[in-house]
Design a protein around this ligand. Sequence first.
Ligand SMILES: *Cc1c(COP(=O)(O)O)cnc(C)c1O
Length: 220
Amino acid sequence: MSIAENLNKIKLALPKHVTLVAVSKTKPIADLMQAYNAGQRIFGENKIQEMAEKHEAMPKDIEWHMIGHVQRNKVKHMAAFVNLIHGVDNVKLLKEINKQALKHNRIIDCLLQIKIAVEDSKFGMTTKDAIDIIHSDTFSELTNIRITGVMGMATFTNDYNQVSQEFKSLKLAFNQLSEFHFDNLELETISMGMSGDYKLAIDCGSNMIRVGSSIFGSRS
Ligand SMILES: *Cc1c(COP(=O)(O)O)cnc(C)c1O
């Protein structure tokens, strides 16, 4: 099937409240343009340099999401245009995003990455870390960022029950954080689910899925 066909098939089966991020990392611009011409306007990349190059080359009505681990010294290369940074897992990074956003007179939306996988190779913070951050003096001064939700990645396993439990723990983290109200905290997004597990993720409360290979084909 073509990229457009893959995309349409996924979108048709998607509940209305779920946002689809087309994960285009490693794929050439011609492939992204096929998705764009089929109506897709939100793309996710995991390398800042690659995202900046694609942003430069492609139509300007695209929303660019940074879904990968973010190095602090590279934030400046995306601060002018990035729409959502999914993988924020420490205050120092948040401060740098705020600083760069200020330079561009922007408010940059961020998701806090919560560690939900039992395997310890994944990035992310605990719910308690997240609660501590939003109650810190530092956080109240970060007026050029806005935390709009949480992001998580489940363990890479076929164990349906385990993945389901991990997804539910992210939904729970979201609910716990939703009790707090600050100017720069407006929780609406639960980013979880990829090609192999997005249907389960939606059943567990996801409202933003990040799908790559099911749209663009496998990556080499
Ligand atoms: C690559 C990637 C995805 C998409 O993975 P697929 O299995 O190709 O759908 C989603 N989220 C993150 C953080 C990724 O790095």
